[in-house]
Design a protein around this ligand. Sequence first.
Ligand code: SF4
Ligand code: SF4
Length: 279
Amino acid sequence: MIVGIASGKGGTGKTTVATNLALSLNGKVQLLDCDVEEPNAHLFLKPKFHGSESVGIPIPQVDEKLCTFCGKCGEICQYGAILAVKKKVLVFPELCHGCGGCSLVCPEAAISEVMREIGTVEKGVVRGVDFVHGRLHVGEPMAPPLIRAVKEKTNNQGTVIIDAPPGTSCPVIESIKGSGYVILVTEPTPFGLYDLTLAVDMVKALSIPSGVIINKADIGDRGVDQFCQRENLPVLLRIPLERRIAEAYSRGEMMVDIYPEYKEKFRSVISEVKRLIGE
Ligand code: SF4
Ligand code: SF4
């Protein structure tokens, strides 16, 4: 079973939920941190890494001895990443999505492909949990190919937890695509509600069933609860605003180590998810 953990915005406790969930479950568990721009699950879990591999995308390289500067490569590129100007073909590597379209249409076979590294995938293990995350190079705009590389490490055994990036943009969709269920982590405030509505629209568009964990559940107002009721979204867990939880977080410690009773609560969340999706 693959469970995505997402939130409409950062700072709602998404990674806290993903990491504590991973440590609470029995059996085979894998955690994929797909927040490749700012991976931070490892800061809490402190896995022992045992493997790393480079991830790149193929970008065009033009042999100007073969090129007739016909411009067909630039015409097909939807991203403005290659452009024929007079007696030169310009390639803008940061804009290239590595689709290969330009080399396919080149009538002179003047385009070959070279790999441009965009980041790395690292694998590790912690307390019996298989851990994988991606690290996108600083300033690199192409997160989705690296997220796909992280997800290729899915072992399809037991429970796979995907810690998605915050927000509702392409990297989030790439991360949660293929999940059997998505847990949306939110806070009971008007801002939390606004971001939750966007996140709910996103999972609906992907036809993935979802439920909600309300963090800092004893602050704010009833707006999130009323929205969940209206939308028939199950509230799977409420985590109160506890000084000791916040202090543990700031020290990079795990909530389930401070409050072991939360292990059972997180296990119940997954049992409920299984019941809801009929697993
Ligand atoms: S399509 Fe091929 S031949 Fe035409 S400009 Fe591009 S690289 Fe040169
Ligand atoms: S590989 Fe695709 S995105 Fe990159 S330059 Fe060629 S057509 Fe454009």
